[in-house]
Design a protein around this ligand. Structure first.
Ligand code: NAG
Ligand code: NAG
Ligand code: NAG
Ligand code: NAG
Ligand code: NAG
Ligand code: NAG
Ligand code: CU
Length: 588
């Protein structure tokens, strides 16, 4: 019997979900607005599976706008038509219609998420988590964390079955259609948000001028490069005044309801998320940045964090006091919870946009459940300020660049790539972003076209046809010519980040870089990701193996950037998959 139990379980099942999308009028942080729900909740319900299971999700569109759902990080191997990109892999699901997404989780484990891929609607509420429990044979790094203590390792193995959700998302005062109409029609860059929500909860806080002056000093220095002449002037929601480069020079923020749609800041007292430790020695959090704006830094007062897994791959764990959470990315963290009592702040601070804003959740030890959480006193060490800067620069912080896979077999092919594609990220206007020299993907027009997965007329902008064939090693060389970092997401693949620096790549190919002795190329233990941020004025190089015929989006995950040009569609042996596309997809 024991022998049988040790065998891999070959009982992959189909897990059926119904996602009912509706519109409502609610005030998650105290401000009422139109927003969207999935099965009456925000974020939507957890979709869970064991590695290898099939997911069948029926999406019912009860909204007044068209919709699709993308399964972020799920490779959709041999099912490119289930990828949920409108105008690329399917026609939109119009109001009143429904659509069934069937796909396998074979070969993938860990944390993913689903979200609307139509316009910017995921920022309005159409999003939720996906969690795939790893197969028993997957090597886990828990012994490193527990120093081989078998009891502690058992605890982590147990927590891994059902990690605690810690989802952060930026939240705007108005629905994104209203914001982006203003942005695209009038050329105004919506620089700021109304703050963050954590697990859909939070409140608006109004930082004092003194706090902003201190926490905002570093941001001001960064933005002095982007917006020469910027003054040390933050609005009452922490939004830095860069109106002279964002399309409304000299226009009063209040009159325009820009940039943060924020003036004057009104604090609210809505409930924050609270977690009860209840005597457990460890907690395992599934951290997902579900936002549509920028990256954030996380720290927990008085606690260490072990970063265990990034974008669905176990990494060599590192113990830190602070962690970067890139837009669209997922991080599993283990937190030692061995205190006697008290309530500690879990802090997310925005670090990549012209705004100083923080949202907190609570970690409570042995405290009575007293209804909606009020303010608790700060009783422990605080590691970062509300601008996301470490209060002591010597403290260890987690940075995506050092996240090498734990399993040393997870590494890229060596040798020359068969295809090398160059991308240049730039901001060519106030709300014009580009990724290619010869034409941007124009959303939302493209979203209503015949999907490029099977369209005959491919005379459209934003298509990359580099002749990729199955089996090719593909390198994407991405130079960021602008000061703003861009979280770049590739559909259909997980890639290795084989080079990164704060300057241009500077070579025509990875092979040429290696031959010239470049010290940025890492083929030995690079991060393995599906979303990775191109640094300010720097470069990244992604390498992947073409093993999935289709038409795959490659784009910045900042919604306003994607909406205004920062996206492409990379064709991968498209002709071979067209005959396999089900009639039900072609006819939808
Ligand atoms: C979807 O949710 C709405 C609002 O709760 C409800 O009225 C409707 O019956 C639901 N539809 C389905 C198919 O569950
Ligand atoms: C999707 O999966 C469901 C559940 O297994 C099945 O009933 C349905 O036929 C599948 N649809 C397609 C198009 O494969
Ligand atoms: C904060 O500074 C702004 C000018 O940047 C000023 O208008 C405002 O009155 C100040 N707020 C307080 C509370 O002092
Ligand atoms: C921990 O205790 C609190 C307060 O009694 C309770 O609300 C919460 O559900 C408990 N959590 C768990 C995981 O048992
Ligand atoms: C980036 O865009 C700016 C503004 O249009 C332009 O001046 C600059 O030449 C562009 N840089 C590159 C490398 O294309
Ligand atoms: C880029 O520069 C920043 C700031 O100097 C530094 O913190 C970071 O480590 C650098 N990144 C790389 C990949 O060199
Ligand atoms: Cu971007």
């Amino acid at each position: 019997m024991l022998f049988l139990l040790a065998l891999p379980v070959c009982s992959a099942v189909v897990r059926e979900y119904v996602l009912n999308l509706t519109a409502t009028y609610q005030a998650p942080n105290g401000f009422y607005r139109e927003m969207f729900l999935v099965n009456n909740q925000h974020p939507g319900p957890l979709i869970e599976a064991d590695e290898g299971d099939t997911i069948s999700a029926t999406v019912i569109n009860n909204l007044l706008v068209p919709m699709t759902i993308h399964w972020h990080g799920i490779r959709q191997k041999d099912t490119p038509w289930m990828d949920g990109a409108p105008g690329v892999s399917q026609r939109p699901i119009f109001p009143g219609e429904s659509f069934v997404y069937n796909f396998t989780t074979e070969g993938q484990y860990g944390s993913y998420w689903y979200h609307a891929h139509m316009r910017s609607y995921y920022q309005d509420g159409i999003k939720g988590p996906i969690y795939i429990r790893p197969a028993s044979h997957t090597p886990r790094p828990y012994d490193v964390v527990t120093e081989g203590n078998p009891t502690a390792t058992e605890i982590l193995m147990g927590l891994e079955r059902n990690p605690t959700p810690l989802y952060v998302m930026d939240w705007t005062k108005l629905p994104t259609d209203a914001i982006y109409q203003k942005a695209i029609n009038y050329g105004i860059d919506p620089a700021c948000v109304l703050g963050y929500l954590i697990n859909g909860k939070g409140r608006v806080t109004c930082p004092s001028n003194e706090t902003l002056a201190t926490a905002g000093a570093g941001r001001l220095a960064t933005y002095a490069k982007i917006a020469p002449g910027v003054q040390a002037k933050f609005d009452s929601l922490g939004c830095l005044d860069i109106s002279h480069i964002n399309g409304y020079p000299g226009i009063d923020n209040v009159a325009l309801e820009a940039p943060g749609f924020s003036s004057p800041c009104q604090p609210t007292s809505t409930a924050r998320e609270i977690f009860y430790v209840n005597g457990s020695d460890w907690m395992m959090f599934n951290v997902i940045n579900m936002g549509g704006a920028f990256g954030t830094h996380l720290s927990i007062d008085g606690h260490d964090m072990w970063v265990l897994q990034v974008d669905g791959t176990f990494i060599k764990p590192s113990k830190v006091k602070q962690m970067y959470a890139g837009l669209g990315s997922r991080y599993m963290i283990a937190v030692p919870t061995q205190k006697d009592s008290g309530v500690f702040a879990i802090r997310f601070a925005c670090t990549e946009m012209a705004q100083i804003t923080e949202q907190i959740a609570w970690l409570s030890y042995n405290m009575p459940d007293s209804g909606p959480p009020e303010d608790y006193p700060v009783t422990a060490d605080v590691y970062q300020d509300i601008g996301g800067s470490l209060l002591n620069p010597q403290l260890p912080t987690f940075n995506d660049a050092v996240a090498a896979p734990y399993d040393v077999r997870v590494k890229p092919p060596e040798g020359p790539a068969q295809r090398t594609i160059h991308f240049t990220l730039n901001r060519t206007g106030v709300v014009e972003f580009s990724v290619m020299d010869d034409g941007a993907l124009m959303l939302p027009d493209m979203e209503l076209m015949t999907p490029s997965l099977w369209a005959e007329d491919m005379h459209r902008t934003g298509i990359v046809d580099a002749g990729i064939e199955i089996g090719d090693v593909v390198d994407l060389i991405i130079d960021n010519k602008y000061f703003i970092p861009h979280p770049m997401h590739l559909h259909g693949h997980t890639f290795w980040v084989i080079s990164e620096s704060n300057t241009s790549f500077g070579y025509p190919s990875v092979e040429a870089a290696i031959a010239s002795g470049s010290n940025t190329v890492n083929l030995a233990n690079p991060p393995y990701r599906d979303t990775y941020t191109a640094p300010s004025e720097g470069h990244i190089v992604f390498r992947y193996v073409a093993d999935n015929a289709g038409a795959w989006m490659f784009h910045c995950h900042v919604n306003i950037h994607l909406m205004s040009g920062m996206g492409t569609i990379i064709l991968e042996d498209r002709e071979t998959i067209i005959p396999s596309i089900p009639e039900s997809i072609l006819d939808f």
